[in-house]
Design a protein. Structure first.
Length: 335
């Protein structure tokens, strides 16, 4: 993902979602008292099964995209991706077209299949670049139990030049992680919480030095600074708050002992116009979501952010690195 693509729209930024589909229900049916987190010697899911699930999802997603209708999204999506694509389709209904950033290539460069034989579980798949050379996508599919279809839980666009951790080949499989994993520079839960603080407070965050610089942080900071200049001319104010969403985190352990963490962080951007002015939507996407709402001096826009963080091993000497992100406005209101 380039800096230009992240800042092309003044305030909306980073929108990519998925639409409705049913994935095949793959995997071994457990016994009544089957464990939910134990790791087996080999994966229950094969590459061929992953390909079938993904192909079915993408085919149905295209149909939903063409219809610009979010009515059936919950059949195929969950977590942050359901919120993101619902918003994307509402925007498309107003603008007449989906944002090109919603493209998901059919082909993969890698899939990461878990060895965990219990539920819930996740599969991480990394696509190729798009035909117009947009960046690779990291797709996260989840299955709640053996009788439930896989659904698309999350998508992030990987940053240009991002160094991804290495994983074992799919036939061997990788182990899923947990939010309290040890032997890392910090636990995944700490990484997500601290990264949210860095997004909110920038270089003033007490955790700023725990993370490498990345495109998402940089472009959000640039966006905020640009808006602030306009606000100050009219004696207005703005504030963004970032909050991790409980339970919305997927983790896969890498071959070097680190964790690749994908998590949802919601944010609320409050902008108050000064000198008796009305606060207006800051982008086409915000305008479409606001629709026919009546503007007041204060506008509050809620965004869903999905971030991919690599948390390295404790003895690596490395910092936590954001390798991909997605951002989409889901609610705009005058307050």
């Amino acid at each position: 993902m380039t800096r230009r693509s992240l800042t092309a729209v003044t305030a909306a930024a980073l929108a990519l979602g998925m639409a409705c589909a049913l994935g095949a229900c793959e995997g071994t049916v457990p016994t009544v008292n089957a464990p939910t987190s134990a790791a087996s010697a080999t994966p229950d899911l094969t590459e061929a099964q992953e390909q079938r699930i993904r192909a079915d999802l993408l085919a149905t997603i295209k149909e939903c995209n063409d219809a610009k209708d979010p009515a059936n999204l919950a059949q195929a999506m969950s977590g942050p991706e359901l919120e993101i694509r619902t918003s994307e389709l509402k925007v498309a209904q107003k603008t007449g077209k989906l944002d090109p950033k919603t493209t998901i290539p059919d082909d993969l460069t890698q899939t990461v299949i878990p060895t965990d034989n219990g539920w819930p579980r996740a599969v991480f798949s990394i696509t190729t670049t798009t035909e117009d050379q947009q960046s690779e996508r990291l797709l996260v599919f989840t299955q709640g139990d053996a009788r439930e279809n896989y659904r698309l839980w999350g998508v992030t666009r990987l940053f240009q030049g991002a160094k991804m951790p290495k994983f074992t080949v799919p036939s061997i499989g990788s182990q899923m992680g947990h939010d309290d994993d040890g032997n890392l520079v910090m636990t995944p839960k700490e990484a997500v919480t601290r990264y949210a603080d860095v997004l909110q407070n920038g270089s003033k965050s007490q955790y700023a030095n725990d993370f490498e610089d990345d495109y998402f942080r940089d472009n959000l900071a640039q966006l905020s600074a640009t808006v602030q200049e306009g606000m100050e001319r009219n004696k207005g104010t703005q504030q963004q708050t970032f909050t991790p969403v409980d339970g919305q985190m997927q983790i896969m352990r890498s071959a070097d002992g680190g964790d690749l963490v994908v998590a949802q962080i919601n944010s609320v951007w409050t902008r108050t116009a000064g000198e008796g002015r009305e606060s207006q939507p800051a982008s086409d996407a915000e305008r479409a979501i606001f629709a026919d709402g009546k503007a007041t001096s204060t506008m509050k826009a809620t965004y869903v952010n999905v971030v991919a963080l690599y948390v390295p091993p404790a003895k690596s000497g490395q910092k936590v690195q954001a390798v991909g992100a997605e951002r989409q406005v889901v609610k705009v209101e005058a307050v």
